[in-house]
Design a protein around this ligand. Structure first.
Ligand code: CP
Length: 304
């Protein structure tokens, strides 16, 4: 497989490349259980973390992933940088390019910004989430996590519940699962579930009657909404949230629960979900490191 320079979206990955990355992540996960959790694969390389939007999971797991591969990691501190004085992304990249980073991990509120940076630099650019467009490493860790419980994903069913409209996770995760043969459906308030090629539910019970193997909950992204898309959080929880009552049904049918985080307790899920034996949320976070190691390991920067 020819190594690619950048990792920007899921749409450009074919099934073989996805499977290769998932297979590659397996020994990296195993490595994390050893006493020495490091390999020299990226020794002498520099990874620059450039996050224009907040992050807990993606930022920290990329940092850990890069360090486990023995790379040097530079955290570019956007709030304390010249970005606050109006420096453009283009000028920031030109400046940072002079420091010869081999990999740039970018999160930005504008869809397409990581791709624009990738065109500007010889470093390998990894999209860590751009606007409502794509979050490809989240998709990879989601597929990896689901594959741990269902080694053959073909024919499995996953319903993604919540704010599909504003979700880069929904876009990327639905696509990667589809490429692996999973049947995907979307469920949520009509105002937040656009008509796509996927099966669409606006009624939670009807989505459950479809027989999903996993329910993938999404946070309602109020920061990307100009006006509320539903009456109240309490209303959302009672209509689409995993309440204690609904959790009993999920448990009875052995349905897994996933969520990319951060979670909103009392909105998309109740506290008890976190103690549910088929809740995969912690596993998703853990797998983020191995999945991101596989991505970094597989890229080929053009830095000379
Ligand atoms: N899932 C995810 O992208 O979480 P963070 O915003 O904390 O990185």
């Amino acid at each position: 497989m020819t190594p690619r320079k950048d990792f920007l979206d899921v749409i450009s990955l074919d099934r073989a490349e996805i499977v290769h990355l998932l297979d590659q992540a397996v020994p990296f996960k195993e490595l994390l259980t050893r006493s020495v959790k490091k390999v020299p694969a990226l020794k002498g390389k520099t990874v620059l973390m450039l996050f224009y939007e907040p992050s807990t999971r993606t930022l920290s797991s990329f940092e850990v992933a890069a360090k486990r591969l023995s790379a040097d990691v530079t955290m570019f501190d956007v709030p304390h940088s010249s970005v606050t004085k109006g420096e453009s992304v283009r000028d920031t990249i030109d400046t940072l390019q002079a420091m010869r980073a081999d990999y740039i991990v970018v999160r930005h509120r504008l869809s397409g910004q990581p791709a624009a940076i990738a065109r500007q630099t010889n470093a390998s650019v990894i999209n860590a989430g751009d606007g409502a467009h794509a979050h490809p490493t989240q998709a990879l860790l989601d597929a990896f996590t689901l594959r741990e419980v269902y080694p053959d994903l073909a024919g499995r069913k996953v319903v993604i519940v919540g704010d599909i409209l504003h979700s880069r996770v929904a876009r990327s995760t639905s696509l990667i699962l589809e490429r692996l043969g999973v049947e995907v459906a979307f469920c949520g308030p009509g105002s937040l579930v656009p008509k796509t090629g996927y099966r669409r539910f606006t009624n939670y019970d009807e989505a459950m009657a479809w027989g999903p193997d996993a329910v993938y909950l999404l946070r309602v992204q109020k920061e990307r909404q100009d006006a509320p898309f539903y009456p109240s959080d309490r209303e959302y929880h009672s209509v689409y949230g995993v309440t204690e009552e609904r959790l009993k049904r999920l448990a009875g049918e052995g349905i897994y629960v996933m969520h990319p985080g951060p979670i909103n307790r009392g909105v998309e899920l109740c506290d008890a979900v976190l103690d549910y034996e088929r809740c995969l949320i912690s596993q998703q976070v853990e797998n983020g490191i191995a999945a991101r190691m596989a991505v970094l390991f597989g890229l080929k920067p053009q830095v000379t």
